[in-house]
Write a protein that binds this ligand. Sequence first.
Ligand code: FMN
Length: 174
Amino acid sequence: MNKVVVYASRYGTSKQYAHEIGKKKNIPVYSSKDFPNNLFDIEEIIYVGATYMGKILDLRKFIKKQAALHSKLIIISVGIYSPENLKTYYLIDKKTKSSIEKTNLILKKVYYLSGKLDIKNLSFKHKFLINLLYKNAKKKDLIELTKNELDIINAYEQTSDFRLSKLEKLMSEL
Ligand SMILES: Cc1cc2nc3c(=O)[nH]c(=O)nc-3n(C[C@H](O)[C@H](O)[C@H](O)COP(=O)(O)O)c2cc1C
């Protein structure tokens, strides 16, 4: 089957996952920015995208650009806010879903993989924002924390479970 992996990554986590998938499945890996325009017979695209402010990086742009492709689309959202379920359609927003529906692409599944926060490597703006969210969360009693706040604390303190081994679970389904 003609499959490819595409990634959109700011700090490298999603890129690392994408290359790991590509290696395990022996299929080509492209950055969403360098996706070639002459690939017409792809049966399946596995899009691995970092999540920022609830949106998967560059996904809508990619969908718009590749609207003519009759390929199945698997989306893997990489982020620190872990959903209860590893396999869920709720991970992508309505706008993204409806933009896929307007194309020839067929949304097959949406999955989640845990991201990580490498505070020292973040841009000034990102560092500021994450520090703020972390400090606010740390002011609260454990019992008051929302699930997202707990995820921020765990990711910030590097106690979250970013592990490539998590990918193993998914590989059997891809
Ligand atoms: C400014 C900022 C906003 C973020 N927003 C979200 C979010 O809305 N949901 C989520 O699950 N993770 C969020 N994250 C965490 C990133 O998705 C996580 O760090 C991921 O590993 C980044 O992937 P990348 O290294 O491929 O860029 C955010 C991180 C930053 C720095």
